[in-house]
Design a binder for this molecule. Structure first.
Ligand code: KIV
Ligand code: ZN
Length: 509
């Protein structure tokens, strides 16, 4: 097997650009660590010029990650390129990713540039980027709606000026697998020095074909695939990393060249990202959905029992899904807890382990057995735990019925001080959230989303509550875990309010 297909993950850039998917710095670092464990080749950590927060997170990822190239996106203008370079220069292998649109539509209506101006601008931008950094990617935005011979001219110009990777994106999710294959092979075979560059595909999923189109590109000669965990991304998303990688692993007869990804990390990376953005996988989502490996129909079960290969083209273990064993309980000690987490692939620092163990003990008081899904929820929850110095729940008391107005008294703590408030509401949660607002005064925001789902089966299951508040196009996601759904909702609300307050404080400084 030749491992020469590069996986370029853009969860932290194209993925994070999707509505409701914004992440804070701590969360981005957590995702970057997952990507490193997955062994992706390149992490696109953000678009450094777009905001000081983005610049900071690209810089921190660049300085944290050791085993991947770290890239920042940049328009074809000097100030973007400078920001991108300054953000990634601390990486072991920094990359600047410059882009400019090449389709007639984009050139006429968005850029208001002629073809010659686009060639000149792209060449100058790449030349400048290359004067700072030796690893330069250039993307012909909207390539699949661009003229092939014009793109050949653009690519010749940027390669002559130092581009080392050429990306031909399907920006609007318009192409088909055969067309993508032809596009890559046409441009590659018509440029002057194809051996000097790696060709890349970057597909969007508007027609549900992003994975198929990326694979078409690989068959046409692409050696880099741009993708995101869970297919996050603008509109209908980007190519899913898990789909494109597992398609290649499952069909080595078609794909002789393979990515170096450690596929056993896929399930964990998927859960971490879903948890951070406050979403869960659709049940039937390939590879990472709950039903992806479930065999309900009798005839399928019979076949699978006789020989797994009858209905299973890949194993759950190959993507890191372990059997849901009931393993721990009230009397399990820290050592057993740590050992099981290690078996599940979690390497936690001492402090993280302690925080998770405390949460585990609280849950054990209310729930007889704690299984692998519960443990994963506890770890994922601790990853995005409260902002330092934020409000914490001490206790609450609710009084509710279907014939009186609900009341909640709540007691929170912040920096060693206690705060108490009482509020009436339309139900216990409305009353509780009102009481929290009285104390924390989160200011203007929209209550954008609220969900609770059970982590496992049984009446004593843990309720995982997720609350999303939005303000000025940013999303503040909070999670709470408890066997009591009112408590998990309150904790989730406090966490999202803390994030909102922290963002306001940072913006004010
Ligand atoms: O979809 C796209 O064209 C992009 C480019 C900026 C690479 O995301
Ligand atoms: Zn894109």
């Amino acid at each position: 097997m030749i491992n020469d297909i590069k996986i370029f993950d853009t969860t932290l850039r194209d993925g994070e650009q999707a509505p409701g998917c914004s992440m804070n710095l701590k969360e981005k670092i957590e995702v970057a660590k997952c990507l490193e464990r997955l062994k992706v080749d390149i992490i696109e950590a953000g678009f450094a010029i777009s905001s000081p927060g983005d610049f900071e997170s690209v810089k921190t990822v660049a300085e944290t990650v050791k085993d991947c190239t770290v890239a920042s996106l940049s328009r074809s203008v000097q100030k973007d390129i400078d920001a991108a370079y300054n953000a990634v220069k601390g990486a072991v292998d920094p990359r600047i990713h410059v882009f400019l649109a090449t389709s007639p539509l984009h050139m006429e209506y968005k850029l208001k540039m002629t073809e010659d101006q686009v060639i000149e601008n792209a060449a100058a931008a790449v030349k400048y980027a290359r004067s700072l950094c030796s690893n330069i990617e250039f993307s012909c935005e909207d390539a699949t709606r661009s003229d092939y011979d014009f793109m050949v001219k653009v690519v010749n110009a940027v390669v002559a000026n130092g581009a080392t990777t050429i990306n031909l994106p399907d920006t609007v999710g318009y192409t088909t697998p055969d067309e993508m294959r032809n596009l890559i092979s046409y441009v590659q075979s018509h440029i002057d020095n194809p051996e000097d560059v790696i060709f890349s595909v970057h597909c969007h999923n508007d027609l549900g074909m992003a994975t198929a189109n990326s694979l078409g590109g690989v068959l046409g000669g692409a050696r880099q695939i741009e993708c995101t965990i869970n297919g996050l991304g603008e509109r209908a998303g980007n190519t899913s990393l898990e789909e494109v990688v597992m398609a290649m692993r499952t069909r080595p007869d078609i794909f002789a060249s393979q990515p170096r990804i450690d596929t056993t990390q896929i399930s964990k990376a998927s859960k971490t990202v879903y948890n951070i953005i406050g979403q869960s996988a659709p049940l039937n989502k390939p590879i990472v959905g709950k039903n992806a490996f479930a065999h309900e129909a009798g005839i399928h079960q019979h076949g699978v029992l006789a020989n797994k290969a009858t209905y299973e083209i890949m194993t759950p273990e190959s993507v890191g899904i372990t059997a849901n064993n009931l393993v721990l309980g009230k009397h399990s000690g820290k050592h057993a807890f740590e050992t099981r987490l290690k078996e599940l692939g979690y390497e936690l620092s001492k402090e993280e382990l302690l925080a998770c163990f405390e949460e585990f003990k609280v849950i054990c008081d209310k729930k007889k057995t704690v299984n692998d899904s519960d443990l994963e929820a506890i770890v994922n929850h601790s990853v995005i735990k409260d902002e330092e110095g934020g409000y914490k729940l001490n206790w609450f008391s609710v009084n509710t019925s279907n014939f009186t107005t609900a009341t909640c008294t709540i007691n929170l703590e912040k920096n060693g001080k206690n705060y108490e408030a009482v509020c009436l509401g339309d139900g216990p949660l409305d009353a509780a959230f009102g009481a929290i607002n009285k104390i924390a005064k989160p200011g203007e925001h929209t209550f954008a989303d609220f969900s609770i789902f059970s982590i496992s089966e049984g009446k004593d299951t843990i309720g995982d509550a997720t609350i999303k508040l939005t303000n000025e196009n940013k999303t503040y996601t909070g999670h709470g875990l408890s066997t009591d759904v009112i408590e998990s909702s309150i904790v989730a609300y406090i966490q999202s309010v803390n994030k909102l307050i922290k963002q306001r404080e940072e913006a004010a400084n």
